[in-house]
Design a protein around this ligand. Structure first.
Ligand SMILES: *Cc1c(COP(=O)(O)O)cnc(C)c1O
Ligand code: SF4
Length: 347
């Protein structure tokens, strides 16, 4: 069994749909892509209806429930897309989206209306040239962030070609790849892919998306080690998800696992307002409480920044918690145990 599960029949045969209303699920499947790699399916306990790996990948009828504030393009990519495949929101960096295919389809994905076999598709050669030309024309662009879809789902040859085309642009000093492949399909991280990345010839960072410590199988750890050993630094990104990692112990274990695998925790994303994802989203105050707990119990090396992508395309910002408060007596600073202290201290 090394095949990716797709569609209701596959999921049923794997015992992952017990107790699910098949009719209601049909609407979900008609709307959103489904894929669970063998590596992830093996981690799921079919007897646990709330399994944290299943919650991320197995479709649920709750996805039919779309709240009024949820939107197809929750972070406003569309408003900043000058040419196909490019999102340019911040002056010094762009997103380059060469494809909209992923090895898994996460139920909470903020691009769930754009990814999948019926999504925005893969850039043609001429669209890719157009995107590269856009980057070449704007000397402010210092970093290119490859995302999608999952760029590691491209062939090593195509990825190498993109790296080479970018290396010809002098002002592009950094290439960053956002991917879930090293955990969900670690076998794809082979020598050819690593060499393709290295053909950029400058700084390459890989940002790994993982949400639960159990995702770090021995094969996943080995895939991350292949990248880091090749001189490619890694950072993490995770999404705060109800029933997956919304407790301090799980988040702590996740962040420690990243660091133990030489991956610097970078972002913990607040759940975006993607359609039909309310059952997976927490409140901002809960996220702040969790971050406060992490500050008290976890090495500084393992602290992520908790960020919100402001709906409408206004950008990502840290959303606390905040440790400073202005009072009548001057500035108050909260310590890791929750006690306030005047700053500067009273003489
Ligand atoms: C998230 C994002 C980036 C990268 O942001 P960093 O804060 O540098 O990680 C760049 N462009 C767009 C449009 C984004 O949404
Ligand atoms: S791998 Fe990334 S882009 Fe693909 S479905 Fe998951 S969150 Fe979305």
């Amino acid at each position: 069994m090394n095949r990716t599960l797709r569609g209701a029949d596959d999921l049923s045969a794997a015992g992952l749909l017990s107790g699910t209303d098949a009719r209601a699920l049909r609407d979900v499947l008609a709307r959103y892509a489904v894929a669970v790699t063998a590596d992830m399916a093996e981690l799921i306990d079919p007897d646990d209806p709330e399994d944290p790996i299943a919650r991320q990948f197995v479709p649920r009828v709750e996805e039919c429930t779309v709240a009024p504030q949820e939107r197809a393009d929750p972070i406003g990519d569309g408003a900043h897309a000058p040419v196909p495949g490019i999102v340019h929101r911040y002056p010094d960096r762009v997103l380059l989206k060469p494809l909209h295919i992923c090895p898994v389809y996460c139920r909470f994905c903020f691009r769930r209306e754009m990814v999948g076999p019926d999504g925005l598709g893969t850039l043609t050669d001429s669209e890719l040239e157009g995107a590269v030309a856009y980057i070449a024309r704007d000397p402010r662009i210092w970093e290119v962030v490859l995302t999608g879809g999952d760029p590691f789902a491209l062939s090593a040859r195509r990825l190498g070609l993109i790296a080479e085309r970018l290396s010809a642009i002098d002002h592009v000093r950094v290439m960053r790849i956002h991917t879930r492949v090293p955990v969900v399909k670690p076998d794809l991280v082979g020598d050819a892919l690593v060499q393709g990345l290295k053909s950029f010839g400058r700084a390459v960072f890989v940002a790994l998306h993982a949400n639960h410590p159990r995702e770090f199988t021995p094969a996943a750890r080995a895939a991350c080690a292949r990248l880091v050993d090749a001189g490619i630094p890694m950072v993490s990104q995770s999404v705060l998800l109800r029933g997956v990692n919304d407790d301090a112990a799980t988040l702590e274990a996740l962040m420690r696992t990243f660091v133990e695998n030489r991956i610097k925790p970078y972002y913990l994303h607040h759940g975006d307002l993607a359609p039909g994802t309310g059952h997976l989203r927490t409140g901002l105050a809960e996220g702040q409480d969790l971050m406060r707990a992490l500050r008290g119990r976890l090495s500084g090396l393992a602290q992520p920044t908790y960020v919100l992508d402001i709906p409408g395309g206004y950008g990502k910002v840290p959303v606390g918690p905040h440790y400073l408060r202005e009072s009548e007596d001057g500035t108050q600073v909260t310590d890791p145990n929750g006690c306030e202290h005047a700053y500067p201290p009273k003489a």
